[in-house]
Design a protein around this ligand. Structure first.
Ligand code: SAM
Length: 230
């Protein structure tokens, strides 16, 4: 079966992604911990360390899901606000941060009003990556940081082979046993939406960011992009 089988038509992508996260929201956190061997916790904490905001800086977490990154932002001393369009994910959130249901491509926020933006594991779910970075640039004040995490493919051929066995065979199998096979087949297939890191770096720069840096974690399969608003 090809990956395209698990990917929605472009015009249905947003609705289908929202419905999928609504469906898996109740077990989302437990599945994340299980499938990443709890490494997702460390990846988010490391992302928060990149923000380097002052005390009480206002940081928005986009596509916040169940609020894990909001909790890490609060633990680092920031004022965190989360935005996500899946009511299921928001209802299953465990955070004291204020959460708002919104499409992160059209944030209900004025221009230049936040000190930093974070976004974990959601880039490949958006209908457009450029509109997303444009929206981040719009709401960030000059000098504010953008930190984005997402899952992709490792660089080395050997690691890509092992990763592919795990991510494309075992993850859908375990997901099917414990949660939702279609969703846990979509998740690895959707890495196809993530452009090569140098392309993402260029998109971030073109949206109005400088000092753009890409780093890999998790055997090269987790990508982190950091930029500073010009
Ligand atoms: C893989 S989850 C990541 C959740 C969380 N950031 C984390 O680190 O676990 C992807 C999230 O993106 C959200 N999402 C996708 N597209 C969105 C959009 N256009 N606007 C708001 N939320 C969106 C989904 O509802 C889902 O909660």
């Amino acid at each position: 079966m090809t990956d395209s089988v698990f990917l929605p038509d472009p015009e249905n992508k947003a609705k289908s992604v929202e419905a999928m996260f609504d469906r898996i929201s109740g077990k989302y956190d437990r599945m994340n911990r299980l499938l990443t061997f709890r490494l997702d916790v460390a990846w988010r904490k490391a992302a928060v360390r990149e923000i380097e905001g002052g005390p009480n800086a206002l940081v928005i977490d986009l596509a916040c899901g169940t609020g894990d990154m909001c909790n890490d932002l609060q633990a680092a001393g920031y004022t965190a606000l989360g935005f996500d369009f899946s009511m299921g994910m928001l209802c299953n959130a465990s955070t004291t941060a204020a959460l708002t249901r919104a499409d992160v491509l059209r944030l209900p926020l004025p221009d230049s009003c936040v000190d930093a933006v974070s976004c974990g594991f959601a880039l490949r779910n958006f209908t457009g990556i450029e509109p997303f970075f444009a929206e981040c640039a719009r709401v960030l004040r000059p000098g504010g940081r953008l930190v984005v995490l997402d899952a992709g493919e490792p660089k080395s051929k050997i690691l890509r082979f092992g990763h592919s066995l795990y991510f494309r065979k075992l993850v859908p199998f375990i997901g099917g046993l414990l949660s939702d096979r279609a969703a846990y087949s979509y998740l690895p297939a959707s890495t196809a939406y993530l452009p090569e890191p140098h392309v993402v770096n260029n998109l971030i720069r073109a949206a109005g960011f400088r000092a753009v840096v890409h780093r890999r974690f998790g055997f090269g399969a987790i990508h982190r992009f950091v930029g500073t608003r010009t």
